[in-house]
Design a protein around this ligand. Structure first.
Ligand SMILES: CSCCC(=O)C(=O)COP(=O)(O)O
Ligand SMILES: [Mg+2]
Length: 226
């Protein structure tokens, strides 16, 4: 197993969610038409304007979800919608099996841990608060979403560094998306790209440009001396 050695100045780890801590399939809405009992939305439009408007909004939300768009408005809406499903126990946040033991170990080693995801802070707190591994919020020092800036813009990473009063070179960002890794690196952060089953395939150029890992267990810290 190839190891990724964390550079010595790193004190803080910034984690992406989808494709990094959590399978993409957990976030991405599936089409329901293949499911037994599927109830299609009628295509006929009634004369009632309010209903038409509601329907247009619903259609637009479905369209955005089908494209897995990362707009702040969509992500805020998803957070609100998921709340009751989490609270009633119908939904539990998925995390890969290596995530919890790793982040526990990182905290024991003294690292600070933050989340930066396109998912709203509300949705992040639900996912980790009601996860298949129980309430993980106490393992996290804070959360950032796209209200701090888009994930492919370097400025967002500088904003996060400023907000947690940390120099960019003290932060390691783990993400599945190369454009995000590029933006973070440009801001001065250290990065590693996470390859999980179902993630978009990386090109050979991506693989040679970035340290790539398939599990958090491949992350090795200076204090581990191995
Ligand atoms: C926070 S739970 C839902 C995550 C989500 O909606 C999403 O789009 C995740 O994208 P990420 O930036 O974590 O890859
Ligand atoms: Mg991601």
């Amino acid at each position: 197993m190839a190891l990724f050695s964390v550079p010595t100045p790193v004190t803080t780890i910034l984690l992406d969610i989808e494709g990094t801590t959590t399978p993409i399939t957990f976030v991405k809405a599936e089409k329901d038409s293949h499911i037994d009992g599927f109830v299609p939305i009628p295509s006929a439009i009634s004369d009632n304007e309010t209903e038409n408007m509601i329907q247009a909004v619903v259609d637009n939300v479905y369209w955005q979800m089908s494209l897995d768009r990362k707009t702040t408005a969509l992500k805020q809406l998803q957070g609100h919608m998921w709340r009751s499903a989490y609270i009633t126990g119908q939904l539990k946040g998925e995390v890969y099996e290596d995530v919890v033991p790793s982040i526990r170990q990182w905290r024991e080693l003294g690292f600070k841990l933050y989340i930066y995801s396109s998912g709203s802070v509300e949705a992040q707190k639900l996912l980790f608060g009601y996860s298949i591994e129980g309430n993980l919020l106490k393992l996290l020092d804070g959360h950032f979403d796209t209200t701090v800036g888009h994930k492919v813009e370097s400025k967002s990473y500088r904003n996060i560094a400023d907000s947690i009063r940390c120099s960019p070179e003290n932060i390691l960002f783990l993400t599945d998306v190369v454009k995000e890794a590029f933006a973070a690196e440009k801001a001065g952060l250290h990065v590693a790209v996470v390859m999980r089953p179902g993630n978009d395939a990386l090109t050979d150029e991506d693989k040679s440009s970035y340290c790539c890992i398939t599990s958090f267990h491949q992350i090795n810290f200076p204090s581990e001396n191995n």
